[in-house]
Structure formats: C-alpha cells, structure tokens
Design a protein around this ligand. Sequence first.
Ligand code: 6R9
Length: 658
Amino acid sequence: MSSNESLANLLKEERRFAPPAELAAAANVTAEAYAEAKEDRLAFWAKQARRLSWATEPTETLDWSNPPFAKWFADGELNVAYNCVDRHVEAGHGDRVAIHFEGEPGDSRAITYAELKDEVSKAANALTELGVQKGDRVAVYLPMIPEAAVAMLACARIGAAHSVVFGGFSAEAVASRVQDADAKLIITADGGYRRGKPTALKPAIDEAVLSCPTVEHVLVVRRTGQDTAWDDSKDVWWHEITDRQSTEHTPQPMNAEHPLFILYTSGTTGKPKGILHTTGGYLTQASYTHHAVFDLKPETDVYWCTADIGWVTGHSYIVYGPLANGATQVMYEGTPDTPHQGRFWEIIQKYGVTLLYTAPTAIRTFMKWGDDIPAKFDLSSLRILGSVGEPINPEAWIWYREHIGGDRTPIVDTWWQTETGAMMISPLPGVTAAKPGSAQTPLPGIAATVVDDEGHEVPNGGGGYLILTEPWPSMLRTIWGDDQRYLDTYWSRFGAGHDAAETDWRYFAGDGAKKDEDGDLWLLGRVDDVMLVSGHNISTTEVESALVSHPKVAEAAVVGATDATTGQAIAAFVILRGTAHDDAELVTDLRNHVAKVLGPIAKPKMIKVVSELPKTRSGKIMRRLLRDIAEGRAVGDTTTLADSTVMDLIQSQLPAAG
Ligand code: 6R9
C-alpha cells in the first residue's frame, strides 16, 4: 500500500456460530491454553515439544540471540520419521491404518503404521544405497500417491532435506529449483492419473536433468505403467531398488535445527524463494496445531486433507502433523470432478471421514456445481471442517457449513503460510464462537497484530498490515542460500531494523488485515493486491466477498486497473452459479449489490462474466494476470498456473475487454 490511509473497513458480518456443546466438552484444547501460553509462552512451547519423542530432550527452548535467525530446542535431538511412524508401532498401534489411499481410477490401498514403517525403512535404505547422505538435498516430483509421503519420510529418516516440486510444473521450473538446492537425487514417477487419464511426469525430469549436473540418479515410481524413456546410467525403478532392501533401518537422531525441507514459493516477481524449515520446532508446531485445531482423536477420527503434497499444506497437514499424531487419513490422487462432480462426497461417505480440510477455491467450485450434488451423499460422519489458502468469503463459509457440515460442524479458517510452517491464526473448534469469513484469533503461543503504514498497532475497527510479533517454533529459518533476502523480505518493513540489540523484531506477512470491534482478525489478501481507489485502500477480498454474497455468483476475482480519474478502478471477473445466466441486467444488478453491501466507493467499474479464473496449483487466484487483461497488456508469466489454457479461454470470452 502506498498511501497512509488504512484499509477501508467495509464488510460487516453479524452471524455467530457457537461450538456444539458435546464437542466443546470433550475438546483436546480448551480456553485454558490461551491463558497458559500468555502466562509463559516459552514454557507453553517447551511443553508442546514434549508431544514428540526426543532422543535427547532439549533443555533450551528459544535462542533469539541473533535475530531474526531463530533456534528452537537447539540442544535437543530427534528423528522426524521415528516420530511419525515407528513410535506408533512401538506403542501398539501398528495395525492402525495410517493412509487410506484412493487412486483416481478407483484403485485403493490401506497402509497401516506397521506397513508404513517397513516402506519408509526400505526407502531409507534405498536412498543410502544411491549415495544420499545426511545433509544432502533430494527433489521430489510425484503425483498424490503414498510413495510421496514415503519418500519425504525416508529423506527425513536419513537427514536429507527434501524439496518437493508440484508434479506438473514445467521442466524449467523443476530445473531452477533443483539447481538452487544442488539436489543430488530426483524422485519422480512415470506419471499419475488426472482427469481420467494418465499424464506423464518423467519427460519433464528427463529435460530438467540436462541442466542439473548435481543430479546423480532419478528414482522412478511406476504408477501408470505408460511407456517411459530410460537412461540406464541414471534412472532407477523405485520398486526394483526398494524391493531388495531390508525393512530394518535404525533412525539416527538429528539435531533439532537440522534442515528438514526446502519448499519454494513463487512470489509475484523474481526467482522463487527456497523456504527452509528445520526439525524440532517445525514438528512441534505441526503436531500441536493439528491436535488443537482439528481436535484429532486418533482412535476414532478419519481425517482428510485434500491438498497436494507439493503445497506446504500437504507437508504439514498430510505428512508431518497428522502422522506425528498417529492419525488415520485419506489420501486422494485426483481431481474432484473425476469421474463425477460428487467424487469428494463419495470418498467421505466411503471412509466415514470426520475431519475435512480443503480450500476456498474448492468450496466455491462446489457451490457453482450446485447444492444437489453433495445432498446425494451421507456426510453425517463429518464433525469439523477446515479451510486454508485464501480468505474464505462469508457466503462460501455459510454454504460449506450448511451443505457439507449439515449446519452443525464448526469451521476452522486457518491462516498461515509456507514461511510460518504451520497454522498461526485460527478458531479452536471447541472454544471459539465462529464468525463466517474471519480467522479470528492467534493460536495459543502465537502473537499477531495489525499495524498501519508507520508500524503503529491499529485500534479495534482499524485496518492495515498483518505482522507477527514473537518468533514461533515452526518459523522459516532463512531463504535457502540467501540470508539477506530473508531479512529484506520479512523483517525490514516493520522490524526493529538491523540492530541486533533491539528485541522487538516483527515479521511482515505480506497480507492486509483488519481488526473488528471485538479485536478478531480478518485477512484481506496480499498487500500487492490491495486497490487504491480515489485515495481509499480497498481490499480485493472484501469486494469479492460482496460479489459472492449475490445469489447468482459462485466465484469472483477483483483487481485494481489503472484509471485516469480515480488512480485505480475496480475490475471484477465473476463465475456464475449453476443455473444463473449472463443477461443485460446482471451487471447493473451486481454493481448495485456491491454498492449496497460495501458502499458506493467499492462499486466495480467493470464486471465480466467468465467460466474460469487463473489459479495456481494450490488454488490461489493469480490476480496479476487479470490485471494484465484489465489494463490491456499482454499476459505475463503463467508458468505456475494450474491450467495453462485458462488465460486463452478467458480472453476468448472477453472480446471487448476494458
Ligand atoms: C498455507 C498456505 C500463504 C498465503 C497467505 C495468505 C493466504 C492462506 C489463508 C490465507 C486468508 C486464510 N492464506 N490461508 N488468507 N485466510 N485462512 O496457503 O501457504 O501457499 O504459502 O500461501 O495464502 O495470503 O499469505 P502459502
């Protein structure tokens, strides 16, 4: 934001949903936790660290002597894979299903914790045979199959950092990430199933390795059986090498600050940032937040996170958090509309899923497809619904609760980032009276607030920038190979400066936010996306939510387009709900609706009806590309789009854009 004026506080939301009494009475975490953490934050986290099994118990909680480079539990030692697998078997839960795998073509496979231990041990032995050692980096480029989790855990077991790249990213995107991390090995598959057919993965790796001299081997899982080009000097079949390995492997304890993984986030510009996470603090917070926010009861719950493993959500809430907690979970390979638009609900019915974690983009798609689809399935097993990835529009929140949650389940809207490693701001399902569209409260042990341009905390009712005011266990430790960029990107905007004697280092999350009259937090999207209209900062999120609250709109993306009179003008792209039609009155109707909900200042100048929006693989709308269209420019870099044809489609639907 360039002006001094804070975000206009436009949206009013009065609906409240108290936790069900039964859930509150038996909740894993109660209001007590906030008080406990407030009393002594470090003692609180030291206690949560004891959820894990340490080979050497830490005596020190936080070393912040060289801010913003944190060390958590620095004299402790543990093995992440042991914590996620072996210890559950040792505790007598070897027969519990860890993963119910559901392939897109309908094949399924249940893997118990005992079987997972064997698989991970064999894979760890195979990696060792291929020369991978503690401290090396391994790139993972796989579909959503159990081997993805096994590969990550095998790396963790031997102390090699993994770098997972979305299956489907281009050869160029893979190569730049492999080069940045100097990865020694790439783990991939012949292909995976997407939208009813096998899609190849290995050709992108074959191309990438040509420019990646550090890669010694490519380990290839056979998933589809399609024809695959082969280089005998490099390529190794996963099944061939793992089949001949022992199921015995002794996990070596790692220092709590040993690198666990690198995950690249692609900012709007510049080269992707390799976000580095380490061992003890990361696992502590991933495990605690999954236990607290999903109220996981490992004996009875069936948990399902629909994220891809290539997104941080897949790391923390498919692999590390749930497995550290001994959860039984569903893993699904494919898309929600293959072979029909009820696939998700069919899976929930089949496995009796109790805890569901998905993204607003998916929820809005389900709204578009129509209420009658989930209504055909038995969803009564569900007890908590989660949301992550973007602000959830209040109307999408209400739809999720009514049509998926049977008007009974709490919704936990969880704000966090690749950089934060684990959830930071979220309701607690047994404690919080939920407000549709708000992530509400920093979790116990987390400190967040909203500041204005000058870094002053805004009062209740004010808006500005979200900052985190105390270090947290699963925080990123740096940007791989670039400490300076770490300082500049996250700590210089509102930090204490580079004077290490100062203690109040403040992390800039890059998101706009507001505090409502109760002090609850509302996330308003990336600050790069905030619009400046006639001197007023207006959040794209609020205008989108106003559009989605119209009965004919399923999804909306809003951008600020340069305008000669108002500085920026609001341009909106909308997708209509199943039965709605684009007619002459619709646009006028929608503009008036926004003016009524938010005020005349937020009225879009242009509204276009489209059938798709440009999204990343993790479902985030790429507003920058829509701004290119709204401002009549050639569309910029589309390499991280989930579907590269979408921009052509949108342009074909807008013969007279502008
Ligand atoms: C976990 C994840 C991080 C950015 C973040 C914010 C947006 C995520 C959100 C949310 C509002 C939520 N975001 N969760 N905004 N409410 N519940 O998504 O990580 O891919 O790194 O994205 O996503 O803008 O800054 P990542």
